[in-house]
Ligand binder design. Structure first.
Ligand code: NZQ
Ligand code: ZN
Length: 389
């Protein structure tokens, strides 16, 4: 087991009706005026908007609205939020929504205290040194943004989808009420499930030292995601499954599974972010296209972990069968498993591979290990759904 430091400063408040305390929480935190960030329509349709506003009014917390965050949030809208945060001199950010809303809220929190080019933080040109405190009420379980410091934004001008990560952007408090996720359409559940699984298996398969404690945490999360996803798709109003799924999603990317691993990279995310930037597909769909192909391509490089995964998660001693079973499961829940499923032609592979290599691979320092040729090999394996069978 490797040496490690673990620090997660986010307070989680989990359970039914907990969102109604948001006004009180902000007041106790000493926040007087927030930028209230939300998405396109869901919080108004469900009535959540009114409950949040009532709670803030009850505790005298002022707010300025920043609505219309789109899935795969974009830089121009983020900069609009930064402008409002500065103009109205808010002292905190309240994000109410899914990962996209939370991510845009975090990026605004950074931009609000900065006078330079916000995109510099995404390209790694500058390091984040401060941010406004951010608070979240999560309405869609998937990304783990509620308990980590990451934010992923697409720059529409350069067609880059890049991330920031900093201790200053962890939410101070996140409210996780599984009831708020009951309205998420069952058709989105596959994307959420794939994302959560990706967050834990990426390091699991790429580690060079792989402690049992971390492996078992990962396997437990994957098994819980599979079990609860099947139940949620059958019965979207199953509270207990929504609740267990929500907590699994938070644990998957709050750092808890990573201590002790050596190695560990998010290579599937690296490729998926280019599919997101170029085609604006849901993040989980980008991942389900890439993951089975990458696993097949990589399997001999860390065969013990693939054997372990197949045995512990799917009860098979055949390490290739484990990959095929995961792919079949993705397909069975309705996630795309090939570029073709998403309508992306083979003639796009060169462009995608070059995009991956010159954007995320470069910024994450993976461009030597993952050359354009290697990325193309993986993409060819993800071309047709019957290649990895
Ligand atoms: O905009 P509204 O109207 O709110 O609708 C949203 C959106 O259309 C809807 N929705 C959210 N909560 C709902 C709901 N609909 C009904 N009832 C509810 N309770 O769902 C749609 C998708 O929302 P979005 O926030 O885009 O989904 P998700 O949480 O999957 O976030 C995806 C984004 O997060 C990034 C992804 O790249 C992508 O941009 N990621 C962020 C990470 C992080 N910060 O740690 C890590 C991930 O790997 C990921 O990259
Ligand atoms: Zn993800």
């Amino acid at each position: 087991m490797e040496n490690f430091q673990f620090h997660n400063p986010t307070k989680i408040i989990f359970g039914k009706k907990t969102h109604r305390n948001i006004g009180q929480i902000l007041k106790e935190e000493g926040v007087k005026k927030v930028l209230f960030v939300y998405g396109q329509s869901s919080i108004k349709t469900t009535g959540l908007y009114d409950e949040i506003v009532d709670s803030m009014n009850a505790y005298g917390v002022e707010f300025v609205e920043h609505s219309g965050v789109k899935p795969n949030p974009v830089l121009s809208h983020t900069l609009e939020g930064v402008r409002k945060a500065k103009e109205h001199k808010v002292d905190g950010i309240l994000s109410v929504g899914g990962g996209s809303v939370l991510d845009e809220g975090k990026a605004i929190a950074v931009g609000a205290l900065d006078d330079g080019d916000l995109w510099d933080f995404f390209t790694g040109k500058r390091e984040i040194k401060r941010a406004l405190p951010n608070y979240t009420v999560l309405t869609l379980a998937a990304t783990g943004s509620e308990m980590n410091g990451y934010a992923v934004i697409t720059n529409e001008q350069t067609a880059e989808k890049l991330s920031i990560g900093s201790i200053y952007t962890f939410p101070r408090v996140s409210i996780l009420n599984p009831e708020l996720t009951l309205s998420v359409p069952a058709s989105y559940q596959p994307y959420s499930a794939v994302d959560v699984i990706a967050h834990v298996i990426e390091w699991y398969f790429t580690c060079t030292v792989c402690p049992g404690i971390s492996n078992r945490l990962v396997e437990s999360i994957v098994k819980t995601v599979i079990e609860t996803t099947e139940k949620i798709i059958k019965n979207p109003s199953d509270y207990d499954s929504r609740a267990q799924f929500m907590w699994s999603a938070t644990l998957a990317l709050n750092g808890i599974t990573r201590p002790g691993y050596r190695g560990g990279i998010y290579v599937n995310h690296m490729i998926a972010h280019s599919l997101g930037a170029l085609y604006d597909l849901p993040h989980g769909a980008c991942l389900s296209i890439v993951i089975p192909a990458w696993m097949w391509w990589y399997k001999e490089k860390n065969r013990p972990q693939f054997e372990r995964f197949s045995r512990e998660v799917f009860g098979t001693s055949d390490y290739q069968e484990g990959i095929k079973t995961l792919k079949r499961w993705f397909r069975s829940i309705g996630a795309p498993v090939s570029l073709r499923d998403a309508g992306i032609p083979s003639s796009d592979i060169d462009r995608i591979a070059n995009h991956v290599h010159s954007t995320t691979a470069k910024v994450w320092g993976l461009d030597r290990e993952y050359t354009v040729e290697k990325i193309k090999e993986i993409l060819y394996l993800s071309l047709r759904s019957n290649i990895v069978e």
